[in-house]
Design a protein. Sequence first.
Length: 205
Amino acid sequence: MQPFTQLTGIAAPLPMINVDTDMIIPKQFLKTIKRSGLGKNLFDEMRFREDGSEIPDFVLNQPAYRKAEILVSLDNFGCGSSREHAPWALLDFGIRCVIAPSFADIFFNNCFKNGVLPIVLPKEQVEALLDDARNGANARVTVDLAAQTITRPDGSVLSFEVDQAKKHLLLNGLDDIGLTLQKAQSIDTHEAHLRQSQPWLFQAA
């Protein structure tokens, strides 16, 4: 998993409440178990008409936001079914950070496991970032995970809180498996000890 340390990128405004996981990646695209290739279907029903043509009013179809790396939205982002494909689709599109006043718990935790940083801020600060984001390509925002700060286009700085264990995972590019493998030597030592002290555990049935 790619580490998240500091990100400077375009922020796209999505001023909607209750953006659910079926909106983020509709159910018909859940057949794959690969993390790549889902970006083209991100917000599919909001981005495309039935004939496959783009809906020009949708924010990610607008020229200023086609390469957005930060998404600013409203309350309860990521609600609905607990599909890990939702952060996969965001990441594959290029979005590495989502900022909102609140998130659905499962989506929030899935983000950290897949290299996406979800940031919770008070609503008035989110509204200010939405105003910034509406400036299009000028809305470059810097998110510094180590410092836990967001630098707005005018240079002002906002602070955010993050669970320190989850912060460690993102800074070091670790998912749950990677975190376990950090303890590989201790696991091997423990297993070797068991083979000596309790060899019957390793005998074939």
